[in-house]
Each structure stands twice: as structure tokens, then as C-alpha cells.
Design a binder for this molecule. Sequence first.
Ligand code: NDP
Length: 313
Amino acid sequence: MEQTRVLIIGSGPAGYTAGIYASRAALKPVIYEGMQPGGQLTQTTEIENFPGYPEGIQGTDMMEDFRKQALRFGAEIRSEIITKVDFSKRPFVCEDERGNQIAAETVIICTGAAAKYLGLDDEKKFMGMGVSACATCDGFFYRKKTVAVVGGGDTACEEALYLASLAKKVYLIVRKDYLRASDVMKRRVENTENIEILFKCNTIGLFGEDGVEGAHLVRNLGEEGEEKFDIAIDGFFLAIGHKPNTDLFKGQLELDEEGYIKVKGATTHTSVEGVMAAGDCADPRYRQAICAAGTGCRAALDAEKFLMEHAEL
Ligand code: NDP
């Protein structure tokens, strides 16, 4: 069976950064890029908040640069997907979708997370043309415009507040008649003049010519007093939660109740010694590319140290 010292599952800023550090440490990492090489950044347009790019950079270009940097130092990058893992004993045996097995002394998991969407066809139609799941990434393009945020949790409130500092007006579309967010966030949203909360409203469609120009909403869906109406908006932001891509690790690693991989303290060590996790699959809170890159670095350093301390491997 093929052997490797460091197996990295997943690409994106965490996976490639782990690859850069592990290859510079002469560990010859093997990276399985997975279904979406480059990760979530390849779905956004311009990245303006990653330090080092004063003029901004397209997400796909940035990920291509990360990839090239990992290749430059000798990382081996494969386009396959890991579909099975066995973390019950070392070396860890992982299998790709074609049934090829690889035995790894350490594994770094960087499988990321995916924003949840409502499931409307119009979300796909206007993706990158007014539909976004990241206000921090895309909010800047909506200065002095009108936007809507969907969701009633802390993320939705945070995104609405952030957008309210840039946009002319923000609609917060909430399906219940209350906000689930913490009191402090609720109060901030309620006290922000240019945020209008639309309680008991669901989005049923979006419209526009070359981008989002408005949303079709329904109030009191399925109840007495149900009414349909439209709002004019330039941007439509989803903040209804994220789902970490960790189904593969259920039963193998400790996950929190939402499926995020649990790591020990400020390290990237998971519940299984020799298996590290970095990036959004282990980060329910920050979910930023720069943070993912940082934890990718930490994971490679944790793997290197682990291999030194377990020289018998
Ligand atoms: P939450 O799960 O807390 O909230 C999701 C929101 O989206 C809910 O209001 C939910 O509505 C709504 N929603 C879900 N599905 C749909 C749908 N199909 N249509 C319409 N609305 C929908 O997720 P968050 O991302 O807000 O937060 C995740 C965790 O992170 C929480 O524990 C939160 O407290 C924490 N967090 C903390 C922050 C902070 O402390 N500053 C900042 C951001 C997050 P409903 O209420 O009806 O279910």
C-alpha cells in the first residue's frame, strides 16, 4: 500500500497552507483536493480583506497562487476525493473514490464548510451576481445600496449590522416572529435605524435582469393573512448557518453537536492523536480565509512535531 508521512484532505487556504509548511519541512505531503479544489473562495468574486493584496484579488486566482506555492516545495496534489478513513490505528488508512488506499502517519483535515442556502433556483441563477453568503467578503460592493439578509441568529444580526454600516438600507428577513440571536445582538439590530426587520417572512424568489433587483417574499406563509409582496434590493445575503463538511469523520473523531471537528485548546489536534484539523471544518466562529491559512500552518507544525515525537512511526 502507498505510504505517506502527511496526508492532507481538502484544499482551500487551510489545506494548501498546510501543504506549503509540510513540504518545506521535507515531509512530502500528499494533498487530496476534493470536490471543490480551492474551496469556498472559488465561489466568491474579489477578496479584499486578505492581507498582502492591497488591490484585492479574485478568489480563484488567490487559490491558484496558494496551490502553486505548495507545488513549488514538493507537495503532491491529487484531484481525487477521500471517501473512507480508518483512524482506529496508526498508520491511518484512507481510501479514494476509486478504491486506492493510502497509509498515512499523520492526517490533516481541511474539508471546510458550506454555507446553507434556501434551495431556490434563483439563488443559483444570481450566485455572484447579488447573492452571497458572506457579508464580510462581499458587503463592500453594496455601499449606499439596499440589501437583504436572511436569518434571525447571531450571524444574521452580525451581517446585518456590518452591512448597515455600508449600505443605505438593510432588510433582515426572519421566518419566525422573533430573533433567535443573543439579546445584545438583538438590541443592536433593533437600534440601528437603517435596518428594517421583516418578521414572519420567507423568500420565495429573486428577480432582476443582469443581477438581483428584488426579492419575492411571503408573510405568514400557510397561515391566515398570508400575503405576497416584493422588496427592491441590490444584494441578497444568506446567514442561515453553515454546515461543516465532516460527515466522513462521524464515529471516527469527536465532533460538536453541529458537526464541527473538536480540537484541543489552541492546537489543531483532534480527539485522535496524529489527526489534525484546520480551517472551517473546525471553526464555527471566525470562518475567514486568513484564519484558515493560519490554522493550516499550525496543523503542519503540529504534524511535524508529532512525527518527531513518534520517531518509531
Ligand atoms: P443559527 O443556527 O443560530 O441561526 C440560523 C438562523 O437562520 C435562525 O434564525 C433560523 O431560523 C434561520 N434559518 C435557518 N434555516 C432557514 C430557512 N430555510 N429559511 C429561513 N431562515 C432559516 O446560526 P448562526 O450562524 O446565526 O449561528 C451559529 C452559532 O454561532 C450560534 O451558536 C451563534 O450564537 C454563534 N455565533 C455567535 C456570534 C457572536 O457571538 N458574535 C456571531 C455569529 C455566530 P429559526 O430561528 O426559525 O430556526
